[in-house]
Each structure stands twice: as structure tokens, then as C-alpha cells.
Write a protein that binds this ligand. Structure first.
Ligand SMILES: O=c1ccn([C@@H]2O[C@H](COP(=O)(O)OP(=O)(O)O[C@H]3O[C@H](CO)[C@@H](O)[C@H](O)[C@H]3O)[C@@H](O)[C@H]2O)c(=O)[nH]1
Length: 327
């Protein structure tokens, strides 16, 4: 995101995060004096207020995002994902930031784990701000992603490490499905939300999905090792499949081809006003899930993986981008 903003000619980009070592690594990697680093935490309103003074756009990605760890420390997830997000809204409003985009997740739809529940509440914080502040200075909307391939701490880098160490892959449940998105897709979704978002919108990028067994097999094929798995079973709080949009949301969503826009339910609390008209949005469709979206085959997952610089860097020599794989 930062690299994209710099390429687009941003006058200044500020990074607020907790880890000074990662900031130092980023400073060395980017070598661009338009980037200013603020050490702080979204849990502290004061640091967010200082970092957003004079800022035009804010992209809020700070989160506790690991499903199993949030199950063990749900209050920590509440502090960062919910209360921290409320601080970000408050700071932006105080500083008259013109647009704020919240980064959410498919796990926020019909949530069953603490991570998804706190991200769902984060979306509610954004929408309540819009509902309760008609003259708000900051336009707040959210974007919802599936799994971003190769993101830090996620399963693909873990499987790559296991392949390179010659140990079996720790597959939780081979038939489990997940939406797959590239980093570029996710950044584009944020840009789309900044450009077209109305207050309270949730933007969703449509995505294909695969089973975790096929993902593991595709990686083994690319690295030309036999596919050997240790099956762990579902981890704490995990779902067999994810939902990017509920059928209630789909009933009022606007389809932009690659994107869905789910507008805020703008009715007020006086429901009696709507009794005569009825609810025009109650049409029943199925949810949009990683089980009913386009299912990628093993060769298709291999092609997607080959498009990732992080994977190509490990393959020597890197093969052509179009591959014919083994199932
Ligand atoms: O050793 C492992 C670890 C994970 N998995 C499976 O791999 C899939 C992806 O796991 P992981 O990469 O840990 O991602 P998720 O738990 O699905 O969550 C990620 O993807 C979400 C979007 O769905 C983001 O919101 C989260 O922040 C991000 O951590 C899941 O089906 C896991 O069960 C394994 O098979 N073996």
C-alpha cells in the first residue's frame, strides 16, 4: 500500500505502528523521505490523533489477526480491533481527515471466532459513526478480504518453510476452503473504496477459492516434492468455509463486476415508518462463500502461486508463468 501511494506521487505517507524494528526495516527498504514513521498503538487515542493531524486519507490495517491466538486472548482482540478502531475514527473526525478505510475480513460475516467477532464489531463502529453523525467530516467505509496469499504469519509461507525443511505439511483439514487473493487485488480494493466509497459502505472483492489440501498439493508440485501431510484437524475457532457476503447483504448489494458494494442500512430506529412499505430488501439468495464461489483446481492454484514474487524467489530457476500441473 505504501509503495503504491509513493508511486502515485503522494506528498507524504505516515506509518503508525508498534514495532520499531519493522519500521526500521521498512525505512531501509524504501529509502524515501516522504515516508514518516510514528511509533504508537491504536489503543492510545493520543498517538493516533497526533499521527493523523493534517492527513487527508487514512487506511486502518492495525489488528490482531490470527484466529487461534485471538481465541486465547479475546480481550486483547477487543482492545485493538474494536476499541482501537473506535480511536481511529475519533482521531480522524477530530482532524477532519476526508476518508478512512477499515480493513475487514470474511471472518466478520456470521463470525464464530473472536477475531471475526471483533472485526464484525469494527465494521459496526464504522457504520454507527456514519449513522450517528450526519455531518461527519470523515467518510468511513470498510473493505472485506479473503486470505491474502503469502501475508505474514499465514499458511503459504509456513508450507514453504516446511517443504524446504523436508518435513510433512501440517494440513488442518484438507477439504476446508478459503478465498484466495493476491496482495495487488487487496490494494486495488482499498483504492476502489477510497475512490467510490459512500459513508458506511462495505466493499468486497470477488475471489476464487481452493481447498487447503489442493493448496498444499499445488505447493508440493511446484517445489517438486512428494505431497506428504500431517493432518491436524481444525484449529480453535476455525470454520470449514468462509463467507464474504451474507444473503441479507447480497439482497441490497450493488455489483461492480469484480467488486460488490454493500451500502449501509440507512433506516432509522423508528421501524413503524417502514411497516406500510415493508422491507424491500428481504429477498432470499444464498450467501457468497468459499464453498460456492469458483473452485480452483490444483494446476490453477499452481499458476496463481507462480505469480507471487515470494514463491518465485524460492524456485530455482523460476519456471514460466503458465504451468501444466499434476493433480
Ligand atoms: O499449519 C497450518 C495452518 C493453517 N492451515 C489452514 O490454512 C488455511 C489458512 O490459514 P491461515 O493462513 O492461518 O489464515 P486464516 O486462519 O484463514 O486467516 C487469515 O485469513 C483471514 C481472511 O480469511 C484474515 O482475516 C486473517 O487475518 C488471516 O490470518 C486455514 O484453512 C487453516 O486451517 C493449515 O492447513 N495448516
Amino acid at each position: 500500500m505504501v509503495a503504491r501511494l509513493l508511486d502515485a506521487g503522494a506528498a507524504e505517507v505516515r506509518v503508525l505502528s508498534r514495532d520499531e524494528a519493522k519500521q526500521e526495516a521498512m525505512r531501509i527498504r524504501l529509502r524515501d523521505d516522504r515516508v514518516r514513521f510514528y511509533v504508537g498503538d491504536v489503543r492510545d487515542l493520543d498517538t493516533v490523533t497526533k499521527a493523523t493531524r493534517g492527513v487527508e486519507y487514512v487506511f486502518h490495517a492495525a489488528a490482531l489477526k490470527q484466529v487461534p491466538s485471538c481465541e486465547f486472548f479475546p480481550l486483547e482482540a477487543v482492545r485493538t480491533n474494536v476499541l482501537g478502531s473506535a480511536n481511529v475514527v475519533d482521531a480522524c473526525e477530530r482532524n477532519a481527515v476526508s476518508a478512512l478505510v477499515f480493513l475487514s475480513t470474511d471472518k466478520a460475516v456470521y463470525p464464530v471466532n473472536a477475531m471475526g467477532m471483533t472485526k464484525a464489531l469494527m465494521e459496526k463502529v464504522a457504520q454507527a459513526h456514519v449513522r450517528n453523525n450526519p455531518g461527519a467530516r470523515t467518510r468511513v467505509c470498510s473493505v472485506r478480504y479473503g486470505n491474502v496469499m503469502c501475508s505474514r504469519g499465514s499458511v503459504i509461507p509456513l508450507f514453504v518453510d516446511q517443504i524446504r525443511s523436508g518435513v510433512p505439511l501440517t494440513v488442518t483439514e484438507p477439504t476446508m476452503t478459503r478465498f484466495l487473493m493476491s496482495l495487488v487485488d487487496s490494494v486495488e480494493l482499498v483504492e476502489h473504496a477510497f475512490e467510490y466509497g459512500q459513508p458506511g459502505d462495505v466493499f468486497i472483492r470477488k475471489a476464487a477459492a481452493c481447498t487447503i489440501g489442493d493448496l498444499a498439493t499445488a505447493l508440493c508440485n511446484l517445489f517438486e516434492v512428494p505431497a506428504k501431510f500431517d493432518v491436524l484437524g481444525l484449529r480453535h475457532g476455525e470454520k470449514m468455509y468462509e463467507t464474504l457476503a451474507s444473503h441479507e447483504e447480497l439482497a441490497r448489494a450493488e455489483d461492480f463486476g469484480d467488486f460488490l458494494r454493500v451500502p449501509i442500512d440507512s433506516r432509522d430506529l423508528n421501524y413503524s415508518l417502514y411497516v406500510e412499505e415493508g422491507d424491500p430488501t428481504s429477498d432470499h439468495r444464498s450467501d457468497y462463500t468459499s464453498d460456492n464461489t469458483l473452485r480452483l483446481t490444483v494446476p490453477e492454484v499452481m499458476s496463481l502461486l507462480l505469480g507471487l514474487p515470494e514463491i518465485r524467489a524460492h524456485l530455482d530457476p523460476a519456471p514460466e508463468l503458465t504451468v501444466v500441473g499434476r493433480r
